[in-house]
Structures are given as structure tokens and as C-alpha cells.
Design a binder for this molecule. Structure first.
Ligand code: SF4
Length: 291
């Protein structure tokens, strides 16, 4: 990966301009168009927030800190990570609207679960000097898309380390951290849209094709970690462009259908509004609105 001369804008700065995020477009194409409408067009407060959301965000922030430490050859202990997690998690819960815990769950249980997960993550941690970047923001133009696509790569690693004499370009791998209730199936990474979007963005910004690795840790009594490797090619990118351009047209045309067989229905933050969708009209949007 080539060194950059000027600093990139942060993700927060990129969010200040009109944009599509991977999460937003994935909500539209893979989860539920109506959920997209409530979250990204109306931008109303959620009726409820499942605790998994602030948990996942806090866990992710701590893994990002761990990656920064590992880049300099250090590793935070599980205790340090848990302490940081507790701070993020409690702040996230405070900011979220109407947090919903599952029966018999509470904040302390969630922190204890996170600690077990960090212990497992640390036993399996494999990246140090090969870490090229952590929390790397990106912004790319997709031909025909009405707004740029933005996002953030959790970590980029390389086969090359600072101790290598020879330059070994072209062996970069994007790493994405995931928490999951159950361990992923073997074929999930090959179909995952995020790997396609992030590989596409990396290739456009770095002019080289990356590999992709998902690091998945289960949120369980006995957590496990697995590294899943995958990659994308031109055919995936062409399909992605068609998919997102079609979604863009649908959004601008005001097409927001409910998907009542979506996995998201059971925890949907807008379930009450959705139940009255058929008897209310949705706000009309201008082509420049959304996301
Ligand atoms: S309840 Fe289901 S169909 Fe309705 S907005 Fe939420 S995810 Fe979509």
C-alpha cells in the first residue's frame, strides 16, 4: 500500500457532505426499504434500541484501540479492554433511545460477556507490525450514483512488515471485525456485500486489488473466534454497481416497501410506525435527500 502525502478527511468530516454509506445502501437492498426510509429519510428517533447495537459499537471501538496498540507491537490486556468497553458501552446506552435488554440481561452481564470475548480475541490475535492502517476512512465515486459512497475500513494489513528489506506490494488485506450471536457459516463471507463494497472502495483509492478477512467473535458463554478469508473480482464490482444504481433510482423515486420476512423485523426500531404504514403517506423526498 502506498504512503499518502496529505491526510485523509476523517469519517466524521466525510459524513458532513451528502453521501451514501454501505450500511444505508445495504439496509435498502438487503434488509428493508421501509426501515431505510424511517432511518435515513425521516431520521426520527428510534422507538426502541436493542442492546446488541450499543454493545457492538462499543466492542468495535475497543478492537480498534487494540489494533492501534498492536501496530506498535503492544497488546492491551483483556482487563484494559473491558474497562474501555464499559466506558463506551455505558455512554452508548445513555445516548440510545429506549434501550431494550433481553429477559435476564443487564449491563453488568453484558460487560462480563465482553470480557470473555476479549480474552478469546487476545488468545487468537495475530497482527502486529503488518498493520498498515486502522479505522481508515474512504470516499469513492461510483459511476452514475447520485452521491459518493463513504465508509471506514477497520484495519488493513500487509504481508510486508517494517523489517522486510524488499518491497512486496499488492498483498494488502482488509480486516473487518464482527460480533455474532452464532458463528458464521463457511459460505457467508463469499456472499457478503460489505466485502464487495469495501474491496471496491479500496481498489479505487489504492489502485490495487485487496484480499478480505472477516474476524468473527461469538457473543456466547464460551466465545469463539474465526478468521474468514474471501476476495472479489471485476464481476462482483459490475454487479455491485448495477445493484447500487438501481437502489439509488428506487430511493429517488420514493420506493420504500416493507419487507415483513426480514430478520430485522423482530428487533425493528420502527415497528410501531411500520404497523401503520399502509394507512399513512410517506414524506416525498427531493433527489438530493437521503442518507
Ligand atoms: S418491522 Fe420489518 S418490515 Fe417493518 S420497517 Fe421494520 S424491518 Fe421493515
Amino acid at each position: 500500500m502506498e504512503e499518502e502525502s496529505t491526510p485523509r478527511p476523517t469519517l466524521a468530516q466525510l459524513k458532513e457532505q451528502p453521501h451514501y454509506s454501505y450500511t444505508a445502501l445495504n439496509t435498502y437492498v438487503s434488509i428493508c426499504q421501509l426501515l431505510y426510509y424511517y432511518r435515513y429519510i425521516e431520521k426520527d428517533e428510534a422507538e426502541r434500541t436493542p442492546v446488541a447495537l450499543p454493545f457492538g459499537t462499543a466492542f468495535h471501538s475497543v478492537l480498534s484501540e487494540q489494533a492501534q496498540a498492536a501496530k506498535t507491537g503492544n497488546l492491551l490486556t483483556a482487563e484494559q479492554m473491558t474497562e474501555a468497553f464499559a466506558t463506551y458501552f455505558q455512554a452508548n446506552c445513555k445516548d440510545a433511545a429506549n434501550i431494550v435488554f433481553k429477559r435476564d440481561e443487564n449491563i453488568e452481564d453484558q460487560i462480563a460477556t465482553a470480557k470473555r470475548m476479549f480474552e478469546t480475541v487476545n488468545k487468537e490475535w495475530i497482527d502486529y507490525w503488518n498493520i498498515q492502517s486502522v479505522a481508515e476512512p474512504f470516499k469513492v465515486e461510483m459511476p452514475g450514483l447520485s452521491k459518493p459512497l463513504i465508509g471506514e475500513l477497520d484495519m488493513v494489513i500487509s504481508e510486508q512488515t517494517p523489517f522486510d528489506d524488499e518491497e512486496r506490494q499488492g498483498h494488502d488485506t482488509i480486516v473487518d471485525f464482527k460480533t455474532a450471536a452464532r458463528m458464521w457459516s463457511d459460505d457467508k463471507p463469499t456472499k457478503d456485500l460489505q466485502a464487495t463494497v469495501f474491496s471496491y472502495a479500496f481498489e479505487k483509492t489504492h489502485q490495487c486489488r485487496p484480499s478480505f478477512r472477516f474476524d468473527v467473535v461469538t457473543k456466547a458463554k464460551t466465545p469463539t473466534v474465526r478468521h474468514f478469508f474471501t476476495s472479489r473480482d471485476d464481476n462482483h464490482y459490475q454487479r455491485l454497481e448495477k445493484l447500487f444504481l438501481t437502489a439509488d433510482k428506487g430511493i429517488q423515486a420514493g420506493v420504500f416497501l416493507p419487507n415483513e420476512s426480514s430478520f430485522a423485523c423482530s428487533d425493528c426500531p420502527f415497528a410501531d410506525r411500520c404497523s401503520g404504514w399502509h394507512s399513512n403517506s410517506l414524506k416525498t423526498i427531493s433527489p438530493k435527500e437521503a442518507a
